[in-house]
Design a protein around this ligand. Structure first.
Ligand SMILES: Nc1ncnc2c1ncn2[C@@H]1O[C@H](COP(=O)(O)OP(=O)(O)OP(=O)(O)O)[C@@H](O)[C@H]1O
Ligand SMILES: [Mg+2]
Length: 287
């Protein structure tokens, strides 16, 4: 049976795959996979049954989701709505949450990723300086970065991401509150503080399927297409601990030469560098 892959539909041409994923979906079809469409806007609007209305019913094989990021509670609604159509997801909601959000993957990766501490925050809520000082005290002294359970505001680096000294609570509070403002309702889970580590090169994205590293690509932000082969010996057991499915790990070489995991995430929602051969990637899903 062909492996079903659920792609986000194009908002303007609903019978087509969103342009951002169109080449990849074509490669999946060419590799013998079966492409179906979900309406990402409807899913995020809290209408999961409408989101999956065009997915064929009673698929014998479990489906991958592949597309724009889905918050963990919406992913659980997606799984339920699909189940009502007799369709299973390859990655159940609990496993998606564990891979998508830092608090889910951090313990397994603790030895290979910057030290991190987090605080659940609901969108629209604020955080007191004392709470932030307590959080920062759990990390080594020195610079840090701010993000939520999934994303940073790396493009607003000085304003809402980088903290030169975690012990400077006034500055930390300013960066965190600016971050919360900018994230608004899109805040995922809460605040994460991470120890800053100096890295040398652009990041390398390693794609794992069921615990095995299948593909090494440049990070989508990287200007180069060739990338070094990172040392994965210490990363493999961490990925294995997350269980099966698609995992993407972003690795960078620290200035002392150690390969570090900048972040882990679900390969179902990680972006693929535009120059990467789509056929190679499709094999990850259909093979
Ligand atoms: N602990 C750290 N030490 C040094 N630099 C960091 C650290 N964490 C993040 N960075 C830098 O900030 C960037 C953004 O961080 P991160 O990858 O965690 O966020 P993101 O918004 O999820 O990014 P992506 O676009 O990869 O999804 C990283 O690519 C890296 O350059
Ligand atoms: Mg990243």
């Amino acid at each position: 049976m062909p492996t079903p892959v659920l792609y986000c539909r194009d908002p303007l041409r609903p019978k087509r795959v969103d342009e951002h994923f169109a080449a990849e979906a074509a490669a999946v079809r060419a590799a013998g996979g079966a492409v179906a469409l979900v309406d990402h806007d409807a899913l995020l609007a809290g209408e999961p049954d409408r989101a999956v209305a065009s997915v064929p019913v009673d698929l014998p094989e479990a489906a991958w989701y592949r597309g724009w990021m889905v918050p963990t509670d919406r992913y659980a609604e997606l799984a339920d709505a699909l189940a009502r159509r007799g369709v299973r997801l390859r990655v159940p909601p609990g496993r998606y949450r564990a891979v998508h959000e830092l608090p889910g993957w951090y313990r397994a990766f603790e030895a290979v990723t910057p030290a991190s501490a987090w605080l659940p925050v609901t969108p629209g809520a604020t955080v007191a300086d004392e709470e932030l000082a307590e959080l920062a005290a759990r990390l080594p002294a020195g610079p840090g970065i701010v993000k939520d359970f999934v994303k940073s505001r790396k493009h607003e680096w000085h304003e809402a991401c980088f903290v030169p000294d975690l012990a400077d609570t006034v500055r930390l509070g300013r960066v965190v509150r600016r971050f919360l403002d900018l994230q608004g309702d899109d805040l995922a889970g809460g605040i994460v503080l991470r120890a800053f580590e100096p890295f040398d090169d652009p990041e390398v994205r390693v794609w794992w399927r069921d615990g095995s590293p299948e593909l090494v690509t440049p990070h989508p932000d990287s200007a180069r297409i060739r990338c070094p082969e990172p040392d994965l010996a210490a990363v493999r057991p961490a990925v294995e601990a997350l269980g099966g499915g698609l995992v993407a790990t972003d690795l960078a070489r620290r200035t002392d030469g150690a390969w570090r995991v900048v972040e882990a995430g679900s390969g179902q929602v990680s972006d693929l560098h535009p120059d990467v051969d789509r056929a190679g990637f499709a094999a990850l899903l259909t093979g």
